[in-house]
Design a protein around this ligand. Structure first.
Ligand code: PGA
Length: 242
């Protein structure tokens, strides 16, 4: 069963998926300048972020008050490695949208103490209040952020034991091996007022099918989105097998 707040929009292609998500997010930033947005990395949202930067440059919204939160990060590699979520977000979100350092909450990729780093993120999030929008991609194994399939999911920011498939994510193709991840937890994500999940491509069709009609289970963390009061999945036709 899904709540009525779990909805899906199907677009023709990747470009249209990106444009639809971009429109919703740009409108939300324009409406609430103090908005808190958690940003996913990965192949899926890249075009949407490019479009968001175009709208920003066109003056459609201001970003001087918004807060950006990094959803997750690879652990044990230098922060300036080309594969870090930091490098990705700087390139696609933080720099193009002129978000100042003090408005960017971000896991270090190579902290002396990863557990303390997650506690720092948790404490800062608690001071920020709720996340207004959480942007997500759908993991090949059903993960959201780096909340990997497991017997029990962690509610708050934590050090993640990464699945083998996640360690070989395309983002890391030119990077040293990662030993762990750090991620917002399930309660952080599901506590967001609005969740926008982007899914594109035929290679994600089995995962999307499982998200929509499979069992709600910790073995497929994305399935919990079906219990969230305001989740919009924006998928292209290929991802729904059309
Ligand atoms: P992708 O990654 O956007 O590169 O498919 C999604 C994920 O692993 O969460």
């Amino acid at each position: 069963m899904s709540t009525p707040g779990f909805r899906m929009t199907i677009t023709d292609d990747y470009e249209a998926m990106s444009a639809e998500a971009c429109r919703i997010i740009a409108d939300a930033i324009a409406e609430k300048p103090h908005i808190v947005i958690a940003f996913a990395t990965g192949g899926t949202p890249t075009r949407m972020y490019e479009m968001l930067a175009e709208k920003y440059r066109a003056g459609e919204f201001r970003t001087n008050k918004m807060i950006a939160v990094k959803l997750d990060e690879w652990g044990g590699i230098p922060i300036d490695d080309p594969g870090t979520c930091e490098t990705y977000l700087n390139k696609h979100v933080i720099w193009p949208l002129d978000i100042p350092d003090k408005h960017y909450l971000s896991f270090e990729s190579n902290p002396a103490n990863p557990i303390s780093e997650c506690t720092r993120i948790k404490n800062t999030l608690d001071n920020l209040g709720v996340i207004d929008i959480c942007v997500l991609g759908l993991g090949a194994n059903g993960h959201i952020g780096m909340n990997e399939p497991a017997g029990k999911l962690e509610p708050r920011p934590h050090v993640a034991n990464l699945a083998e498939s996640t360690r070989h994510h395309p983002m890391l193709k030119d990077s040293p091996a990662v030993s762990y991840g750090m991620t917002l937890g399930m309660e952080d994500i599901l506590g967001a007022k609005k969740i926008i999940m982007l899914v594109n491509g035929a290679h994600k069709a089995p995962q999307l099918e499982r998200l929509i009609s499979g069992e709600i289970s910790a073995q497929f963390p994305a399935s919990y989105l079906r219990q969230h009061p305001d989740t919009l999945v924006i998928a292209d036709k290929a991802a729904v097998g059309k």
